[in-house]
Design a protein around this ligand. Structure first.
Ligand SMILES: [Zn+2]
Ligand SMILES: [Zn+2]
Length: 192
């Protein structure tokens, strides 16, 4: 079981952690949408490797803000897209959640090379990688994501989340990128 994983934004105003022993999967996601976020924020150097974003997938009840929550922003790449949380003080990606807390899922974004969770066990959506990466571990990661969500919901902890109010609205109103902004943020290697 991993220790508590402490993280902070690049300027230090916002700090958060993932609890000790949090169950989850350490994955790299190479999908176009995950690449758009750090590119839109202008932080691709620290948060993309071969077009991949390093993520620890866990449940929101394991995620805790320690300070600076007033600097939270949240973007959606399209009106139905995931909520992509970041800091407005210095554009540091924090985490991705679904649009509502009903399915307890959070993909905590880690800076590239962060070694708290050891080896990455899943490389997903590698078709959009910027260099050749072998896809692996995806069925296991998907299965464990649903399994964790179900267990958390059964334990009555789906409501325990720092990202949503009691009425299931996000604590910050999401900004939806314009089509122009989204197209500008798209990686060049992708033709669509
Ligand atoms: Zn900051
Ligand atoms: Zn992705």
């Amino acid at each position: 079981m991993a220790d508590k994983c402490s993280l902070n934004c690049r300027c230090g105003k916002v700090a958060w952690h993932i609890k000790q022993g949090a169950a989850g999967r350490h994955v790299m996601c190479y999908c176009v949408d995950c690449q758009c976020e750090p590119r839109h924020l202008g932080v691709e150097d620290g948060f993309l490797k071969n077009g991949g974003t390093q993520i620890f997938q866990t449940t929101p009840d394991q995620f805790v803000f320690d300070k600076g929550q007033e600097h939270l922003g949240v973007m959606r790449l399209s009106p139905k897209g995931l909520l992509r949380w970041y800091t407005t003080c210095c554009n540091t990606p924090i985490a991705n959640t679904l649009p509502t807390p009903t399915m307890p899922f959070v993909g905590a974004v880690l800076p590239i090379g962060h070694d708290h969770y050891g080896r990455v066990s899943c490389h997903a959506n590698t078709a959009a990688a910027s260099s050749k990466v072998r896809q692996r571990g995806v069925p296991g990661a998907v299965y464990s994501m649903f399994w964790r969500a179900a267990k958390t919901a059964l334990a009555g902890n789906a409501k325990v989340t720092p990202f949503f109010n009691d009425d299931k609205t996000p604590i910050v109103t999401p900004t939806v990128l314009t089509l122009d902004q989204r197209n500008t943020a798209r990686p060049d290697t992708i033709l669509r």
